[in-house]
Design a protein around this ligand. Structure first.
Ligand SMILES: NC(=O)c1ccc[n+]([C@@H]2O[C@H](COP(=O)([O-])OP(=O)(O)OC[C@H]3O[C@@H](n4cnc5c(N)ncnc54)[C@H](OP(=O)(O)O)[C@@H]3O)[C@@H](O)[C@H]2O)c1
Length: 351
């Protein structure tokens, strides 16, 4: 593995130059990979594997047909490359378990009985294994238990692949039954189109991921945006002004600068007025939310967050209830204003 210095801490990473696509083909040449689930990660990883010319099939329940039909529309052929879950497991030497985390718990008895000695059980999240007391997912001792966790949405995993780029992914080996778990894991990471791979453990992956998505990546970000929008509205600012100062400028102007060259560079490209004020307020915000982050990490580590996920997402009507919450968000004044602001972007008005 290459040794890379991350801000003074030296870490290992596996690059595509080091573990090439040819090496991945050699390692996986006799494997049949079954990707179970066709929600978000399932389509991305299975289509990338197919385009990279690995032997891949899809396993998907036919229950309400939404995801099954999506798989058919994407070119998977029923009875040839698309099967009900148990049948796909029966054909596979590597099972990529990419149904939702709650569904992994519900489907586990069916998947477990089909796993063959020497096969590999692959996850993209440490959830089911780390919280096994809640999920009941305890793999047999004669299979490899491995993980490649893309650090991005499945949508980006596919989109970046098609654009010739890749999403970075962490990898971990929980159980090496065959003595080949590591090379299988790295080969799969390269095969699904990861940018570079960095090592983790199932536990560290799930703790950081659950904290990140509840925190800065989604939960904290959308909560802080709402708070600022509401303050501006309370003081008489128009919806378009409040939205532009809260979201549009962030996504269209500032975050691309951070993505390109880092936070200090973004600061350096703002006015001196903005720089002074932002530097003064940054620490206040950091200190204000630090206790919330401590509470969040504690709830993740002690399994309180996963208990909620398993309970709520196992309900038969979870998708309808989720849709209701997302509809409420979309229909709020703030995000309705956002839709109008987006529609007024010059490039959209040209169409
Ligand atoms: N979403 C992401 O971008 C992302 C990023 C990194 C890692 N991951 C991880 O990747 C894995 C897959 O996540 P995902 O977000 O791609 O999954 P998802 O879209 O939430 O899952 C949808 C899939 O789960 C199946 N499913 C849901 N409830 C089911 C049930 N009760 N019985 C049987 N199947 C059920 C769906 O089929 P039916 O509903 O039709 O049965 C569909 O195939 C998870 O471990 C997740 O943590 C996801």
């Amino acid at each position: 593995m290459a040794k890379i210095d991350f801000g003074g801490v030296v870490e290992d990473v596996v690059t595509r130059e080091e573990f090439t696509m040819d090496m991945a083909h050699e390692v996986l040449k006799n494997e049949v990979i079954a990707v179970l689930g066709y929600g978000v990660q399932g389509p991305a990883q299975s289509l990338n594997l197919k385009d990279n010319e690995f032997k891949v099939i899809v396993g998907q329940a036919q229950s309400d047909k939404v995801y099954w039909d999506k798989a058919v529309a994407d070119g998977w052929v029923p009875g040839k490359t698309l099967f009900p879950i148990e049948e796909a497991v029966a054909h596979a030497t590597i099972v990529q378990y990419l149904v939702s985390d709650a569904a992994q718990m519900l489907l586990w008895p069916k998947v477990k009985v089909g796993l063959k000695k020497g096969s590999a059980l692959y996850f993209s999240h440490g959830f089911s294994i780390v919280y096994k007391d809640q999920t009941g997912v305890v793999p047999p001792a004669d299979v490899d238990v491995i993980m490649v966790a893309p650090k991005g949405s499945g949508t980006s995993v596919r989109r970046n692949f098609l654009a010739g780029s890749g999403i970075n992914a962490s990898f971990a080996i929980q159980q090496d039954a065959t003595g080949h778990a590591r090379e299988r894991t790295l080969a799969l990471g390269i095969a699904i189109g990861a940018g570079y791979l960095f090592p983790t453990t199932f536990e560290n992956e799930v703790h950081s991921d659950l904290t990140g998505e509840r925190g800065v990546l989604i939960g904290a970000l959308s909560g802080v945006m709402e708070a600022q929008y509401n303050v501006l509205r309370k003081h008489g600012h128009s919806p378009s002004e409040a939205f532009n100062e809260t979201v549009e400028e962030l996504t269209q102007s500032l975050m691309p600068l951070v993505a390109q060259n880092g936070m200090d560079w973004m600061y350096a490209n703002c006015s001196t007025t903005a720089q002074r004020g932002a530097l003064d307020w940054k620490d206040k915000f950091r200190d204000a939310v630090a206790p919330v982050f401590d509470e969040l990490y504690d709830r993740v580590a002690t399994g309180k967050e996963t208990a909620i996920v398993l309970k709520v997402n196992s309900m038969p009507d979870y998708r309808q209830k989720l849709q209701k919450e997302l509809d409420a968000m979309r229909n709020s004044e703030m995000w309705q204003a956002g839709a109008v602001v987006r529609s007024l972007r010059p490039e959209r008005r040209k169409k």
